[in-house]
Design a protein around this ligand. Sequence first.
Ligand code: 5AD
Length: 373
Amino acid sequence: MAFARIEPCLERVHEAETPRRTDLERLLGLTDPADIERLFDFADEVRRRHVGDAIPVRAIVEFSNHCRNRCAYCGLQAGNAVLERYRLDAGQVLKAAGRVADMGIGTVVLQSGEDPRMPAEWLGEVIERIKTRFDMAVTLSVGERSRDDYTLWRRCGANRYLLKIETGVPDRYERLHPAMSFENRRRCLKDLAELGYQVGSGIIVGLRGQTIATLADDIIFLKACGLDMVSVGPFIPHPHTALGGQPAADLMLTLKALAVARILMPDAHMPATTALAYLDGVDRRAAALAAGANVIMVKCTPYEVRRLYDIYPGGAPVDADTAATLAQLEATASILGRQLDYSRGDCIRTLRGPLPPSICQPGYYAGKITNAM
Ligand code: 5AD
């Protein structure tokens, strides 16, 4: 059989602390359909053994599309003057979190661009009010901030943080992110881990200048970070960005990268990224769930502003009703013989062992803050 040849390579990658780059390049470069199928099956089996068949659901509330950065690929970049900007107030975020709770979902991701006018205290109070009112894990995804801000939010009860590295190759990172530094990004990831957050990062497949070798390096970087959550998603060109004229990511390469990441990071929570639903006109998330992914995200951003969170084309549907989306995802899960899981969906490390040193003190910020935003 064709795939007998790649078996030793799969095993080596699975067992490696520091994988050989040549092994990753070989897997990412597979072209024989039988080999690729074997890669996906191997990743699917690793996923099943380590994180199980349940598909944890994460609700996402995108509370501001203001951004000070000019990332070459993202539609929210500061130079996009065509985009109407919005910022929810605390009451609106609380209301959205309430809808998440009503749907029985045990975790909410609060995401925004890097909004320079979002005071840390404002978000701290929002976190605290969500934690007081609802029994929910709170994940933040608001970009690079000071260690003090991360500390404050952790004290207010935030549990997790997502900060994608996008690429683990420093000079590529800095070309894609004008005026940003790889070093500061790394500092943020380190601070977050030290503060006891469950930390997620990730990469985009198919960005200009990427090769199989740099993609292998991206995945090796993610492994070295010791992450709890890892995202591997496809690039989709946005017309009002520097990379607007570039081709979208190759679906197969994206799935191969996802599978390799799973084999290397067996315990990580890995989403079937929302971008995979919009890559080529077909929702590819089921394929991702069968090639190593285990988590799914649902948008719970208020309908009125949803279309404005325009990261990539197609990614901000206004009409999709959250309950209907969930019903669809239930159906997808059941075709795969799996089930959605509405619980908090903590990372494996947290579930297994003692929590990392925690500075979390619910109630810390109560009443100290006036609504600054
Ligand atoms: N295509 C795919 N993913 C994108 N993101 C931003 N722009 C794009 C794009 N054009 C992803 C980045 C970012 C997340 C919020 O969305 O990984 O971290």
